[in-house]
Design a protein around this ligand. Structure first.
Ligand code: HSE
Length: 360
């Protein structure tokens, strides 16, 4: 199978390197680069050249940000090319539209690498959904955020020092606000919940980040036997569901509180299988490229599972309730939506303590 890679950053380079050095039966024929960057016969600045090449049956999209990536995905699907994407922002911008376009064009759109890097997270959700109904998801899905909170907690470092390290290690996005303000997890939550619940989910759900977290706040939590992790949260009951992103207060001995460095740990609950947890490297060139190669091999073998978003879902914020711990010392009960709105209005940091037993 011959493919083109759209983008040549951290992930694109690793993807090319792995495909060139391993016998996968997948050949990188072309690499799309920004104007002025193309070098050598495989590189081009022209998407059209790639789309018109009948030998290229799939494109691997590893650009960052929504545009032009989403437009390139649309053009590739419309041209009858399978698309494998790691770009959660572009996918989350119009997941139902892109899935419909792939279906109408008779090709596959696969995006395992968009959530949880090298962890087979979406694949496991799709597999569970063959038989189980999924009723909740939660997890650490941002390597940068976890790296920052973990280093602040365990090494007592300042936020800005650790962010610089995460950028140097290639975990953080070019614009790290997506990581630290929660929007990277927002995109991954939207993608994960769409697949887990099998329907179109709203884009309007609460998102809180860790930009204003302080060493002192983490020390205070530690003294109480607690820890903080930036997490996705979601619950479904029948056709009602809620989801959100927040710095979550956890018992210091919980599995998630002990997830270190850039690692991710996400779990879902199936009605028959119960809770399943997935742990591994959620960011970085090799783990992400690895997940993309898994998708490409499925395409080559014709074994990719299609995604269907057919269930009608209704957003119900009352499914996520708990306590907000605000930076000014206030503690307040409510739904995550209410508490997040208050934190935004006051422009202060809030950590959320989730009351799971409220739903038991
Ligand atoms: N910036 C993202 C993270 C990359 O830190 O998790 C992987 O999606």
């Amino acid at each position: 199978m011959k493919i083109a890679i759209l983008g040549y950053g951290t992930v694109g380079k690793r993807l090319d390197e792995l495909l060139c050095s391993h016998p996968t039966g997948i050949e990188v024929k072309k690499i799309l680069r920004r104007p002025g960057k193309a070098e050598g016969p495989r590189m081009t600045e022209s998407l059209e050249e790639i789309l018109k090449d009948p030998e290229i049956t799939a494109v691997a999209e590893v650009l960052s940000g929504v545009e032009p990536a989403a437009e390139y995905i649309r053009r590739a699907l419309s041209a009858g090319k399978h698309v494998v994407s790691a770009n959660k922002a572009a996918l989350a911008s119009d997941l139902p539209g892109l899935i419909s376009l792939a279906e109408a064009s008779g090709v596959s759109l696969l995006f395992e690498a968009s959530c949880g890097g090298g962890i087979p997270w979406l694949e496991s959700i799709k597999k569970a959904r063959l038989f189980d109904e999924i009723s909740s998801l939660k997890g650490i899905l941002n390597g940068t955020g976890n790296y920052i909170l973990d280093a602040m907690e365990r090494q007592g470092l300042d936020f800005s020092q650790v962010l610089e390290r995460a950028q140097a290690l290639g975990y953080a996005e070019a614009d790290p606000s997506a990581d630290i303000d929660g929007f990277d997890v927002y995109n991954k939550t939207l993608i994960s919940c769409s697949l887990a619940y099998g329907g179109v989910v709203t884009k309007g759900f609460p998102v809180l980040g860790i930009r204003k977290v302080t060493k002192e706040l983490l020390e205070g939590l530690r003294a109480e036997g607690k820890s903080l992790r930036l997490m996705m949260l979601s619950r479904r009951e029948g056709d009602r569901y809620a989801m959100g992103v927040a710095p979550l207060i956890l018992p210091a001995d919980s599995i998630e509180a002990n997830v270190q460095e850039n690692y991710n740990c996400a779990s879902f609950t199936g009605d028959v299988v119960g809770e399943l947890k997935f742990y591994g490297q959620g960011a970085g060139g090799y783990p992400t490229a690895d997940a993309m190669i898994g998708d490409l091999i499925q395409l080559r073998e014709g074994t990719a599972r299609p995604v269907e978003l057919t269930r009608t879902l209704v957003y119900d914020e009352s499914l996520l309730q708990g306590t907000g711990y605000f930076a000014d010392g206030l503690r307040k009960e409510g739904t995550l939506s209410q508490l997040a709105a208050y934190a935004k209005e006051k422009d202060i940091f809030m950590a959320f303590s989730y009351r799971e037993e409220a739903h038991a």
